[in-house]
Design a protein around this ligand. Structure first.
Ligand SMILES: Cc1cc2nc3c(=O)[nH]c(=O)nc-3n(C[C@H](O)[C@H](O)[C@H](O)COP(=O)(O)O)c2cc1C
Length: 332
């Protein structure tokens, strides 16, 4: 059953979002982050054209389980008719809690077709797409934007106001331009300016890598919610830590290596069960293995072996072997 996620955003508790992340924020990771206290999750971006064509790939992206709610499905595209059709289909067939439109993706292939942050070059188009999606479904439409396409067009408040006028019910700002890609620092002052200019809830995003960062973002910007992407890599417990910090409670310690590996294996088991092809699932899981083992003594050697794993049993054996060999040398 869908939830009233908008009242969550308006409740003054600063909910924490797991960010939409292609190849990362898939159902198993979303479930894990929800368990660690992420309050809202968003699917990776799905092409409106792919949804309308009902491709196998988009069907795989759109799957989610009830325990993930509140969940948003994020769609992208530059054709209003296609976006409207895709939103109506997703709402009807999958019933997420909201539909999010991606106006932030900086990837060339997407931008070339005016999708993602490419739309930010044409704010009439942005408005048209939001109206098309919002009219097509009874679900709330939310948007995720960057601060502009490039430095010349940088105007987060102007863009955000256009989104609000077009019917967006909440807006997430990743305070970089498309030209910035992921370089430099997200300008949190722009999040504050947008918060002060909009009536709808604003979700702050960019460069949260610790619980303390989350508190600083809330205090410096007044944002109604906080979104975390890269800070969650191999670190889903960041949500529990950030929640404690936001509540003014002691921040739980990072888990020791043994617990970290247990979490990694739980994630791996779910990720492999979620896919039909085990070997491909293990290959796709390599990035997570890299993140969960970052910073460990002899971690590089362990990763070389993990990256050759073909099955879950290989991963289990390697992690067990590492623990047996390093007990005493690492905090467990
Ligand atoms: C691997 C990866 C994939 C991403 N995929 C998406 C996506 O599908 N949709 C989207 O709106 N943003 C996507 N992003 C951007 C993030 O949602 C977020 O805006 C950005 O990483 C900044 O937040 P952070 O500093 O917490 O990482 C992606 C980011 C990463 C690192």
């Amino acid at each position: 059953m869908s939830t009233d996620f908008l009242s969550l955003l308006e409740g003054g508790t600063t909910p924490l979002y797991l960010a939409p992340q292609a190849g990362v924020s898939e159902s198993p990771f979303r479930r894990l982050c929800r368990r660690f206290g992420a309050d809202v999750v968003v699917s990776e971006f799905v092409s409106a054209a792919g949804i309308v064509m009902n491709t196998q790939r988009s069907r795989a992206y759109l799957r989610f389980s009830e325990e993930e709610r509140p969940i948003g499905i994020q769609i992208f595209g530059a054709d209003a008719g296609m976006m409207s059709e895709a939103a109506a289909f997703v709402a009807e067939a999958y019933g997420p809690d909201f539909i999010d439109i991606n106006f932030g993706c900086p990837v060339k292939k997407v931008v070339k077709r005016n999708g993602g942050s490419g739309c930010l070059r044409d704010l009439d188009l942005v408005e048209k797409l939001i109206r098309a999606v919002d009219d097509a479904t009874p679900l709330p439409t939310t948007v995720k934007i960057r601060s502009g396409f490039d430095e010349q067009s940088r105007d987060p408040v102007g863009i955000a106001l256009r989104c609000q006028d077009a019917g967006a019910k909440a807006l997430c700002l990743h305070a970089r331009t498309r030209a910035d890609m992921y370089t430099g620092h997200a300008r949190w002052s722009e999040i504050r300016d947008v918060v002060e200019s909009l009536d709808i809830p604003v979700i702050g995003n960019g460069d949260i890598s610790s619980a303390e960062d989350a508190v600083r973002m809330r205090d410096e910007t007044g944002c109604q919610a906080i979104m975390i992407a890269r800070g969650s890599h191999g670190d889903p417990w960041i949500f529990a830590q950030a929640r404690a910090a936001l509540n003014g409670e002691p921040i739980p310690e990072d888990p020791g290596v043994e617990e970290r590996f247990e979490i990694c294996l739980e994630h791996a088991r779910n990720a492999i069960a979620f896919e039909s092809n085990q070997e491909r699932a293990v290959t796709d899981f390599r990035k997570h293995l890299g993140w969960y083992t970052k910073g460990l003594p002899d971690g590089r050697l362990l990763r070389i072996e993990l990256f050759q794993a073909k099955a879950l049993e290989d991963v289990e054996r390697l992690l067990e072997g590492y623990l047996a060999e390093h007990r005493g040398a690492v905090p467990v």
